[in-house]
Design a protein around this ligand. Structure first.
Ligand code: ATP
Ligand code: MG
Length: 451
């Protein structure tokens, strides 16, 4: 309803309002719409003047590129004026010049893929399809709008990332000529800002959660590899291509094992990034030491550099690197129960659960084992039993405070108290039932005698 009312306002001003992009494409595929992209021949200045006149809230989200966001009757609409773009050499995303056009056909050919350039007249429902998008939609194909796909991909290399993103979200294939052009232009990704690369990478990693189409992350990642885009955006990871692993444990090379591990873990960004990068240290470890033993620590350091480069928030970097650093613990399922208890306590509940998920994804992503993963199942059993028994995971969960201990032992606050508390915490990982004041004070006496 707000959209029709908006289209009526445009019509009264002499312009036809069209829906475009996902707003038209998705309903034709039976998928939900996630944002409202609308377009017309009205210039940004005219759109903003109309908004002021009618009391419609608007945001200038890039009027220089023809974009104004309208907030109308509870809906949010991104309006872009029909335009023609010219790009500087290199693959940078920003056009050098934008000129407005009254021609919908011209607008269609500056868009990326034919399925994204189908227009729907909001008032009549009539479809305008200047680039043959309807046919490609039927064939589930991503095809560049221009007859010369090298121009589309060469002008704005972000379209290469978008291609992998749409392939993963929608389960589409890339048309051959478009794919070849994207490959030829992949070096242009070096001119795209890390924030935009990250945004598309995140969407690929979480693509199956968007519309519930399974296998999206693997599909998108493999396409990035095929396009040689991976070598530009994640060269450290691309080094795993062709690096063989012990065939009794692994069906895939290091790179494809990582891709599969991503598909085997639940759609949380932290977990998916950890799965993607968990073995990123293997090629470098192999090169430096002739074996892969140190790849967890090396990989965590490398992941830190990669994630910083892509401008991930500090909390994501901290979590992902901690998961990578610890992903090799108890690989052979030989650790003693108390060792596992102490490790789980040190990791904390949330990280422990993430490490359990990562171990399962690591094993399943090897392509050799399906079903239960013994080490992960065992950690999970122990973790849940610790939680059920009220085991403390942090010092503040101990049933005594530093002041209680100091008072009971008759010693002043000092580093010795810290040492005692750390000892009590470790003790309670193994014996959660001792997390009560009487038992802990008694134990603190033994600990102070040993300190
Ligand atoms: P979604 O449903 O995920 O929002 P979308 O197709 O609507 O997908 P948007 O990123 O919202 O994608 O962009 C809206 C439309 O703008 C696209 O469908 C496409 O026609 C055009 N577009 C966006 N970014 C680019 C780009 N870098 N190059 C060319 N056209 C683009
Ligand atoms: Mg959209």
């Amino acid at each position: 309803m707000p959209l029709i009312r908006l289209a009526q306002l445009f019509a009264a001003a002499g312009h036809t309002l069209y829906g475009v992009g996902g707003m038209v494409r998705n309903p034709l595929l039976g998928l939900p719409v996630t944002d409202n992209d609308v377009t017309s021949s009205m210039t940004p200045g005219e759109v903003m003047a109309m908004c002021r006149d009618k009391g419609i809230k608007y945001l200038d989200i890039g009027a220089a590129f023809g974009m104004v966001e309208l907030h109308y009757m509870g809906g949010v609409f991104q309006h872009t004026t029909f335009r023609r773009d010219t790009y500087p050499t290199g693959g940078g995303h920003r056009p050098q010049a934008v000129s407005y056009s009254g021609d919908i056909n011209e607008d269609a050919f500056r868009r990326d893929f034919t399925v994204n350039a189908i227009y729907k007249n909001i008032l009549t429902g009539r479809i305008t399809d200047p680039t043959g998008g309807m046919q490609d939609l039927k064939n589930r194909l991503l095809r560049a709008t221009s007859k010369d796909p090298a121009v589309i991909m060469g002008d704005d290399a972000l379209r290469i990332m978008r291609m992998a993103r749409f392939a993963s979200e929608l389960g589409f294939e890339a048309e051959r000529g478009t794919l070849e052009a994207a490959r030829a232009c992949a070096a242009g990704l070096a001119d795209i800002s890390p924030e935009r690369i990250r945004e598309e990478l995140d969407r690929i990693l979480l693509s199956d959660a968007k519309y519930g189409i399974p296998g999206g992350p693997y599909r998108g990642l493999e396409l990035l590899d095929k396009l040689e885009a991976l070598d530009v955006i994640l060269p450290e990871l691309a080094k795993g291509r062709g690096v063989a692993q012990k065939p009794q444990y692994h069906k895939y090379d290091v790179l494809h094992h990582c891709f599969h591990a991503v598909d085997c873990i639940e759609p949380s960004l932290t977990l998916r990034l950890a799965a993607l990068l968990h073995d990123v240290g293997k090629p470098a470890a192999l090169e430096a030491t002739g074996c892969m033993y140190t790849h967890d620590r090396l990989g965590a350091d490398m992941a830190q550099g990669i994630l910083q480069r892509l401008k991930y928030p500090g909390a994501v970097i901290r979590d992902v690197t901690a998961l990578i650093r610890n992903h090799m613990f108890d690989l052979r399922t030989e650790a003693k129960e108390n060792t596992i208890r102490l490790w789980l306590q040190e990791m904390g509940i949330e990280r422990s659960r993430q490490l359990i998920a990562l171990r399962r994804a690591d094993v399943h992503g090897s392509g050799r084992i399906e079903g239960p993963v013994e080490s992960a199942d065992r950690w999970e059993r122990i973790l849940e039993s610790m939680i059920a028994a009220g085991a403390p995971f942090e010092e503040r969960q101990l049933a005594v405070t530093g002041a209680d201990i100091a008072g009971y032992l008759g010693i002043p606050p000092s580093p010795r108290i810290g040492y005692i508390k750390a000892g009590l915490l470790r003790h309670c990982a193994k014996r959660p039932e001792d997390n009560n004041k009487t038992a802990l004070l008694r134990l603190s006496r033994d600990l102070v005698n040993n300190s």
